[in-house]
Design a binder for this molecule. Structure first.
Ligand code: P5A
Length: 440
């Protein structure tokens, strides 16, 4: 992508409304724009990151056996009257009427809708287990939307819903998502710790929040510090192995970890003092097992091997992609801007032409841009007429992991500079060496 043809409205000044660093940097880098309170557009740079986050989420959901579908954002109130949540959900639910005066709502979550899909076509235990997910917008009329897309009113969620014949089966489904979440957050460059959590309006009595430790987090959390170094399940994890996944769950729940709502002071004090971690955290995922809470009132049942009808045991599993993007920035930035982990960086490399219009600089940059693009790299080429200082500041701000800098003096010797955004280390090398490094 040539920067001269891209749309990346960089802000020079620090936006006053932004209280935390991720919000500030997302606005300054032209990733998002607020449209009304708690409702955002994702501008091209932000959209690229969000898409990469969603790709990783999707790959890990699929690996764990979940199946993608797409459900609408607008739902009929009738479904929610069936489950009993229509009145219970309160003011967070945006209620709308259509032209026939029928009550509708903008979905804050999809337990009812997916249960309706399930009951309409699954009749036998032979079709279980089943886990259906989508990545879709949600709306919750939060009292205090804040920190940009960290807590917004319209936000994206990956929500998955599992169906099993028995409680034991449902526990295995829960463990699959538990392991998939550990892998997902790790691939996003984050250390997320599962913590016992309150179930709120979703219900049930087994639930874990996945929390990133960060000073700007909204939750107060308490855990054993060893979680910071625990191993993540590998790509070869057998998601069909009941024992294997139970072992992962047991290990990751063997030490104390709880959010403030579930905090047990006495149990925490039993952890040796030097091992206690009491911190703030960002909730990036939340998983629930709630048995037959929705299947019973909504009549979602299957015929079991005993020939009798059984209400299915369900769980639901959420991740917030539009919250994850700022969470990644909170965990990875410096005074000059964002430092993206390679897995979600909007571009792999930025090529900086320090003197656009200079023939040798232009030719060198075009050569590198073409070679890396051909090799499948996502390259941003800063071909604009801006001053070199502005270009460096922009490249640092938007956090692309590698900068290839072409200035007239080096280019005259057939050389360019490669800068690592994270360490700041610079290396001078020949143009061929630079191309080979990234094409190999
Ligand atoms: C689980 C999937 C649920 O809604 N039903 C379907 C369950 N869980 S949850 O904890 O309420 O939300 C899941 C994740 O969504 C993100 N999230 C938000 N992100 C941005 N702004 C918000 N206002 C917001 N609310 C929830 C979080 O990542 C949360 O873990």
């Amino acid at each position: 992508m040539r920067l001269s043809r891209f749309f990346m409205p960089i802000l020079k000044e620090n936006p006053k409304e932004a209280e935390i660093v991720s919000h500030r940097l997302m606005l300054r880098a032209g990733m998002i724009r607020q449209q009304s309170q708690g409702i955002y557009s994702w501008l091209p740079l932000g959209k690229k990151v969000l898409d990469k986050v969603n790709t990783i989420i999707r790959e890990e959901q699929n690996r764990a056996g979940a199946i993608e579908l797409s459900m609408p954002t607008l739902q009929s109130a009738e479904l929610w009257q069936e489950s009993g949540r229509y009145d219970a959900y309160g003011k967070e639910m945006l209620r709308i009427k259509d032209r026939q005066d029928r009550p509708m709502l903008y979905g804050p979550t999809n337990e009812e809708m997916v249960t309706d899909i399930f009951r309409s076509s699954v009749k036998s235990y032979k079709d279980l287990p089943l886990n259906l997910y989508h990545i879709q917008l949600k709306f919750r009329d939060e009292i205090r939307p804040r920190f940009g897309t960290m807590r917004s009113r319209e936000f994206m969620m990956k929500d998955a819903y599992s169906f099993d014949l028995t409680r034991e089966g449902a526990e295995h489904s829960y463990n699959k998502m538990f392991a998939a979440y550990l892998r997902t957050f790790d691939r996003l460059g984050l250390r997320a710790i599962p913590m016992r959590a309150d179930t709120g309006p979703i219900g049930g009595n087994l639930s874990h929040e996945f929390i990133i430790l960060a000073d700007t987090g909204e939750s107060e959390v308490f855990c054993h510090k060893d979680f910071v170094g625990f191993d993540i399940p590998g790509a070869n994890t057998d998601f069909d192995s009941v024992e294997g996944l139970k072992a992962i769950f047991d290990k990751w729940t063997s030490l104390y970890a709880a959010t403030s709502e579930m905090h047990d002071e006495a149990a925490f004090n039993a952890v040796p003092e030097g091992d206690r971690l009491s911190a703030r955290g960002i909730e990036v995922g939340h998983i629930f097992y709630f048995g037959t809470k929705y299947s019973e009132p909504m009549g979602a049942k299957v015929q079991g091997p005993d020939g009798k009808e059984h209400f299915v045991h369900m769980g639901s599993y959420g991740i917030g992609p539009t919250r994850l993007v700022p969470a990644i920035i909170e965990a990875s930035h410096d005074e000059n801007g964002i430092i993206w982990p390679a897995s979600v960086a909007p571009f792999d490399v930025v090529v900086i032409n320090m003197k656009a219009g200079d023939e040798a600089c232009d030719d060198t940059c075009e050569l590198i841009y073409a070679a890396l693009t051909k090799a499948g790299k996502d390259v941003l080429y800063d071909d604009t007429g801006d001053r070199a200082g502005t270009k460096f500041a922009t490249a640092d701000l938007i956090g692309v992991p590698v900068q290839i800098i072409a200035g007239p003096r080096a280019v005259a010797n057939g050389e360019i500079e490669v800068k690592d955004r994270k360490t700041g280390a610079r290396e001078t090398m020949t143009i061929e060496a630079a191309i080979n490094r990234f094409v190999a």
